[in-house]
Write a protein that binds this ligand. Sequence first.
Ligand code: MSP
Length: 645
Amino acid sequence: MSFYVTTPIFYVNAQPHLGHAYTTIIADTISRFKILSGEKVRFQTGTDEHGDKIAEAASKAGETPQEYVDRISDLFREAWPPLSIRPDRFIRTTDPAHIRTVQEILQKVHAQGDIYFSEYSGLYCKGCERFLTEKELVDGNCPDHLTPPSPITEQNYFFRMSKYQTWLIDHIQANPDFITPERYRNEVLSFLKEPLEDLCISRPTSRLTWGIPLPFDDKFVTYVWFDALINYLTGLGYPDGADFAEFWSGAEHVIAKDILKPHAIYWPTILRSLGLPPFRRLHVHGYWNINDTKMSKSLGNVVRPAELVEKFGADATRYFLLREMTFGLDSSFSYEALLTRQNTDLANDLGNLFSRSLTMVNNFCAGRVPQPGEPETADSEMRAAALAMLVEYREQMENFAFSRALQAVWKVIGLANKYIVTNAPWELAKLPEKQERLATVLYTLLETLRLITLTMHPIMPETAGKMSGSLGLSGNGDLRSQGEWGLITPGSAINLGPPLFPRLDHKKPNQPAPPPTAKKEKKTTRTQDKPGSAAAPDQGLISFEQFQQLDLRVAEIVAAEKVAKSDRLLKLTVKAPGERTIVAGIAEHYQPEDLVGRQVIIVANLKPAKLMGITSQGMVLAAKEGDRLVVTGLSGPVTPGSKVA
Ligand code: MSP
């Protein structure tokens, strides 16, 4: 099967913003999903560069139209890679190949009698670049631009769109998913209940010169919508290109509701006149508002894709947009909402599941995929849920129901987190007779994670790559061959990486969150925590004697629990060789159960200090990398209490 997905080509009178990014992320996601499903894919986006609006914007900017469109088109082209969007083709309507294709098509449609010359009086909206009907106006204004259209009378060329009205109605009725979601299909059908007018497809050069000259009359340029829609054919090399022959039958366009009419009415009738089959499906999404207000330059609330990437990264931005908007309906964007999803869905749910599962495989199975034994009911249920997730995910993705597809995945993430708690692998690890059971539980978790990873390739490509790497998998995933249970190989190595997602601070989204109780805890922090305060080193160096004052020991963690009312502290009971309590500030980096059984290095002769009412007798050494803490370990087992020097 071949699949061709397009975004609208964006007007270069504005810089890329959240709305453009959303449509383009949708197209990228579906293109990656189809590749994951084994289909051959072409994905095209680009810029729409002719017409009144662009000519006006260029003159305002004090540039020639060509200089201006070159500059803004580059901003669009450069906006996509940082969001992990990778189109196969970025098309511009000023490309010579496109100009040629538009002129060839005009010639063809004209030659067969579907274009005629006539005088027309109508109400023209510059913002929409089209004539509006009386019926479309709200209080005499264009409903989208809230400005009154101007009455214009002029001679122009017209496309016989009315000739194809009956065919179009029949086609929409015979193909229920030609326009989706259904509300937009109904909107188009209801519009088609009225007689369709012919479409004015030219502008006199006396009024506008920035356009493609009509091949049969050089006193006119092509109407920008007739020019723009044809980009979908140019990009495939119409009429003779191999891509056109292979991909046109799989054409699916993604747009927002603002440009429904040109795509659902003008475009299929132009294709019909050309003798071409219509596109396969038109997917129409709603509008992103900002905190429930329309996004607009004058309100100063335009959200730029680069800002989102800088604050949250490509993957969290993609996840949020896909999860938050029900495809077809309007949605409200806020930084708060994005931050909450980053911290809960990504860092807490997915990130924790992943790191605690891999940490346990690391600690209890020497970092290798264990050989599972006979599954018990809980394991079979987990397996059934993971496989059902895959079925649901595929179905929803096919229907552009991205939010539902993600809900299906997160349901299984929740189940897997519960499965860990119920089956308590850290308890099983303590009992020699439970080793096979432990292996089955961890294997079940790894398989669940492998299937979750598969679903994430189209959504969060970078994270899916990291997850695959940690699970020891290669390649970009394949739903056809890897969507079954039991494919991760026992004995293969896993690689415990850094956390997948940082928790972000609500005040400064691009900063890691300080522990909410940090201030309180600071008061009780021991002074010895500040290295160097006692040693007063010379140029940062200490003597051997000074080093010898430190009593470093191997300690084995025998119990670990969270300290009540603290997000940062864990109470550890360690053997070194006698048992002692150490309070460590590592709760944001480790689950208590992941630590039990580990051997760490401690400072054993630190003056006891009280932290949150608990006396801490020593300090666990940990490496600090940015906001990450990794406790020290040893390359082999050592008798607890052994001296480290
Ligand atoms: N140039 C025409 C399209 C020609 S396609 C043959 C055009 N360009 S546009 O720059 O105005 O882009 C409109 C599209 O941008 C919408 O259909 C949608 O894809 C995206 N969005 C612009 N603002 C948006 C929101 N606020 N929310 C969601 N998407 C929006 O129309």
